[in-house]
Design a protein around this ligand. Sequence first.
Ligand code: SF4
Length: 337
Amino acid sequence: MATAAPSRPHQVLLRWYDAKRRRLPWRERPTPYRVWISEIMLQQTQVSTVLPYYERFLKKFPAIAALASAPEKDVLRLWAGLGYYSRARNLREAARRIVREHRGEFPDAWESVIDLPGVGRYTAGAVLSIAFNRPYPVLDGNVARVLSRLYALRGNVKSAPIQKKLWRLAEDLLDPNRPGDWNQAFMELGALVCLPQAPLCGRCPLSEKCAARLKGLELQLPETGPKRKPVQLRWTFLWIKKDGKVLLWKRDDSERFLPGHWGLPELRHMKIRPGPIIARLRHTITHHRIRAEVRTTHLLAGNMPPQARWVSRSDIKNYLVSSLWLKVLKSASGYPR
Ligand code: SF4
C-alpha cells in the first residue's frame, strides 16, 4: 500500500480507550440485539440525540421477538424525530426475519448478518466485532477521518478508491484479540478528539504517529468533494376535516420522501380544488429545502380514495410521526400544544 505507515498503534489506543471511553448503555451490556439497535440509531445521528430514544426503544422492545411482533406504526412512533424512517422499518423487518430464519437469535455468521434488511458492511462489522468479538473492521465517518489523518491520505474521502484504501487499512490494523474494542476506540477517538473542524491533537494518544500532524495537514484532511447543491421543492398539503376528524393519506412505498408513511394528502395526490392557505412552513430533508403550504378544502361525497382514512384528532399522533408532519400539524392547527 502506498501510504506512509505509522507503527501499529494498538496498545496506546486501547489503553486510551479503556481510560477515556464514554459509558454508554449499549457498551455496558453489549448483547447482539442491543449493539444492533444502537448502531442503526447512531447512523447519521449524534449520541446525545440517540440516548433517550435508545432507552425508550429497549424498554418497549426488550428483545428481538418483541420488536418482530410489534405493529409497524408502534415502531415508527418510537422513532418519531430521529429521521431516516426506513431504518425503523428495516429493523422491524430484520427482527421478523431473525425470528423466522434464525429461531429468534441474532445470527453470528457474516453472510446471515449482511443479508438482513438495513444492514451493510459497517453495521455487520460493528455488531459482529462488538457483540461476538469477531475480527471484522468498521469504517464510518469518524474512522475515515482518523485514518485519513493518521496516514495523510490525499483524495476525496468519499470516492471509491479512497474508501477501498480505508477499508483495507481498517482491516490491516484491526486488533485480532479485541476487535470490538479496537473498532470502538477508533470511533471514539474520532468523536472525542480527532474532531472534524478542530482536532485536539494535544490530547491525542496517536499524535506522535500521525502523519497529518507531523506534516501540518490535520486541518486540510480528510479531503472532501464539492458540497451537494441544495434543491428547492414546493409542496402543497391539504387539510380536510369532517365531523372532528382529519383526512390522512398513506403514502405509496414508491414515494421519494417518507415512503409508506401516513401523512396529509398532497394536492398532487387528489383531483380536488384547493381552498385558502392556512399555514406556510419550511422544512429540510438532507439537501432538499422544502417550502410547503397547507390549504383547506372539502371532499365531495363518494370521493374517498383508497389510500385515505378519516382519523380523529386524538388519534392523529399515532399516525403522523416524522418531524415534518408534526411541524405541519402545529402550523395548521396548533397541534400539539
Ligand atoms: S494527532 Fe490530531 S489529526 Fe492526528 S489522529 Fe490525533 S487528533 Fe487526529
